[in-house]
Design a protein around this ligand. Sequence first.
Ligand SMILES: NC(=O)c1ccc[n+]([C@@H]2O[C@H](COP(=O)([O-])OP(=O)(O)OC[C@H]3O[C@@H](n4cnc5c(N)ncnc54)[C@H](OP(=O)(O)O)[C@@H]3O)[C@@H](O)[C@H]2O)c1
Length: 292
Amino acid sequence: MKKILQIGTKGQLGWELLRTCAPLGEVVALDYPDVDLSNSTGLRELVRSVKPDIIMNAAAYTNVDKAESEPELARAINATGPGVLAEEAKKIHAVLVHYSTDYVFDGTKGSPYVETDQPNPLNVYGQTKLEGEQAIAASGCVNLVLRTSWVYSMRQGGFVTKVLQWAREQEVMRVVDDQISSPTSARLLAEISALILAKIDGNDISWTEERSGVFHVAGDGACSRFEWAEKIIELDPRKEEQVVKKLERASSSEFLVPAVRPMISVLNNAKLEKMFGLRLPPWEVGLRLTII
Ligand SMILES: NC(=O)c1ccc[n+]([C@@H]2O[C@H](COP(=O)([O-])OP(=O)(O)OC[C@H]3O[C@@H](n4cnc5c(N)ncnc54)[C@H](OP(=O)(O)O)[C@@H]3O)[C@@H](O)[C@H]2O)c1
């Protein structure tokens, strides 16, 4: 059995990982403030005391707009902290599983991004997540960096729960139609992560070493936020509570927010499928499986 140190238990993904990783072995799971990614000394002490086979980092500074005014805190949490975890993982031959984002790209490619495409983040969040990826790679530890996009869960404040709420409050809803990516269920992302980890043989680090690096893992296919909202409203299990009568297409320029977002940041998941024989279902299927 594996010993897993899970950092982040209360966020969308962390909550789901608690369930899906439980059958893999002994899980030591902590969230802020019991673990603070911006406290390097504390992180080192934690890893040295737990001595895990696998470190899973589901925590991050994820407020994309607020990061524009708190770049140093975002950097400490998204770049420095993961770099420290990677250095400690290297020392004890642990595998580091970490999550990154489609926002490392600028969204101008015009077709789904592969892992070898050149990142060019447009905002502080994307920049600090990219720096985290780079710090992990520089450490030389065995790692799985899973880049994902538009993560949602039914548990708290993400896009799906917001749309369900707006549909109960607004007769006319305006949703941006010019941002395109792939909605990813936190539950399915946790499940695919656990399936990858289940393949790791603790006695054969070379198996994971050969597969170390960045992988794109997002719901299959792509849509605009408008199309996503349309599907959420259609699949709402309690439709009778909706008051919404009309969904209107809007442009990102109508909503003034601090952080610039990439317009088309769809990820190509082929490398993961080829390497591990695993893939997430089409985003609509993921939504149907999650929303009910
Ligand atoms: N959400 C998305 O759309 C999306 C898209 C692409 C990639 N990702 C990546 O996917 C991963 C999981 O995202 P998510 O949506 O599950 O995030 P989330 O729901 O925002 O959860 C992030 C967690 O990190 C914790 N945290 C914040 N600062 C911390 C610190 N200094 N030390 C320790 N923990 C801290 C948060 O605690 P508090 O709640 O107390 O702050 C929260 O529990 C992240 O790496 C994220 O960058 C997310």
